[in-house]
Ligand binder design. Structure first.
Ligand SMILES: Cc1cc2nc3c(=O)[nH]c(=O)nc-3n(C[C@H](O)[C@H](O)[C@H](O)COP(=O)(O)O)c2cc1C
Ligand SMILES: [Fe+2]
Ligand SMILES: [Fe+2]
Length: 400
């Protein structure tokens, strides 16, 4: 370590990110059981260039690290790959400390700099593929529109063969001292990376694929994303993972998600899950939607070939936590899996109707496994048989 919280990445390139173990929910929505890292990189040279900043509450420590690396020198440029405030949040403070600093971004970045921070001057506009010489270093910029914001881009330092990919290849999880991929806990990194991909990038899988195709053509030695570890030992590995996730490739298994107030829907879900296992399906995961971490439920729905939704009716509507899950699934454009439905009510159903409408809205995106089940109040012998039949049909569908 060069100084407190500073890690050398390459000759005169330094990681000066911050570890956030204080935020409970990323974007106010996604749980952070292991925290999250905001990576920022300082490139020293003829011109001193910073790649992205950190979330505002960490700016104090962050600017001290910049000063320590620069050792009396000034900051000439900040490359602004992405304007989401987890990366642009310290720009205001930096401009106060280094009033002549120039910000590098695309035309959409420029508009957002004005709208977020009232910044209108000292902005350098770059375009797709156009090289930019900054002192001894040459940069090339790859636009990544809608991965996951319109101004998102990645910056390639052609002199050092390093890709600063921002949110692309990002992962949840603070980097627990293991800044590099070969130092990190591989299992945790991969699962936290997938959770980040599915929940943050998932809706934009097609755009992520395009961006991946562009950056794959570059000669890359190291990938420096803005969250998660620096990929120096095998940068192609994360590219392969991204490719797989972008294809929405599934594995054998069924996510069974239920929403209940008094346990009757749970009994139906348990009956279905037991029968799935009896019919040889492996990889069954059962979630109580009220108590489960929705970001993990979404990951399992993403990765498994089958999904069963079971929910009760609440005030003429679908049980609200299940309705919220369906909104997330639709928002992420998830489809292409086998799906089974089980509704529950006592006098006038809305649960099965709402879940059926969800499937209709996808216009053939999901393939429905029969029978659609509707149970009145408690499970009778005939309801149990229906649950077993749905599970058997699901098992043969996903084993096909
Ligand atoms: C606050 C509340 C609102 C309900 N609203 C409806 C409703 O609009 N229509 C209906 O048929 N049943 C309604 N029910 C009944 C439940 O959907 C039904 O009893 C179901 O079997 C409960 O399943 P559970 O045991 O899995 O919670 C409501 C129950 C509660 C407690
Ligand atoms: Fe972002
Ligand atoms: Fe981010």
């Amino acid at each position: 370590m060069i100084g407190k919280g500073i890690v050398q990445i390459a000759d005169s390139i330094f990681w000066i990110g911050e570890q956030d173990r204080e935020t409970d929910k990323f974007e106010g929505l996604w749980s952070l059981p292991y925290g999250v890292a905001y990576n920022s990189y300082l490139l020293k040279g003829e011109k001193n260039v910073l790649v992205d900043t950190v979330k505002c509450p960490f700016a104090g420590d962050f600017v001290n690290k910049i000063a320590a690396v620069l050792g009396g020198g000034t900051l000439d440029y900040v490359i602004v790959n992405h304007m989401e405030p987890d990366h642009s949040g310290s720009l205001g403070i930096l401009r106060e400390i280094y009033p002549c600093v120039k910000l590098i971004g695309n035309t959409k970045t420029a508009e957002m700099l004005r709208n977020f921070w009232g910044i209108g001057e000292n902005v350098v506009i770059v375009r797709e593929g156009e090289p930019l010489d900054l002192g001894s270093r040459k940069f090339i910029f790859a636009m990544a529109p809608m991965v996951h914001w319109p101004e998102s881009m990645a910056s390639y330092d052609a002199s050092d063969k390093i890709l600063f990919s921002n949110d692309i290849f990002g992962a949840f999880g603070a980097t627990e001292g293991g800044i590099f991929d070969d130092e990190a806990d591989t299992d945790m990194t991969e699962s936290e990376m997938m959770r980040y991909y599915v929940n943050i990038v998932g809706r934009f899988a097609a755009q992520a694929s395009k961006a991946l195709a562009v950056v794959s053509t570059l000669d890359i030695d190291v990938i420096c994303p803005s969250h998660g570890p620096v990929w120096r030992s095998d940068p192609r590995r994360v590219m392969r993972l991204y490719e797989k996730w972008s294809r929405q490739e599934t594995e054998e298994g069924v996510a069974v998600v239920y929403g209940t107030m008094y346990g009757n829907t749970k009994s139906a879900a348990d009956t279905i899950s037991r029968t799935l296992s009896e019919r040889g399906v492996r990889g069954v995961r059962v979630y109580d939607i009220v108590r489960s971490d929705v970001s993990q439920v979404i990951v399992d729905i993403w990765r498994k070939s089958g999904l069963v939704l079971a929910a009760c009716t609440y005030n003429m509507e679908l049980f609200p936590p299940m309705a919220e899950l369906l909104r997330h699934i639709e928002n992420k454009n998830m489809r292409g899996r086998k799906i089974g439905l089980c509704g529950m009510h006592s006098w006038a159903d809305a649960s099965l109707r709402c879940m059926s409408e969800f499937i209709e809205r996808s216009r053939g995106g999901w393939s429905l496994v029969e029978p659609k089940i509707l149970i009145k109040s408690g499970l009778k012998e005939a309801d149990i048989e229906q649950c077993e039949l749905l599970a058997s049909n699901m098992a043969s569908e996903i084993k096909k």
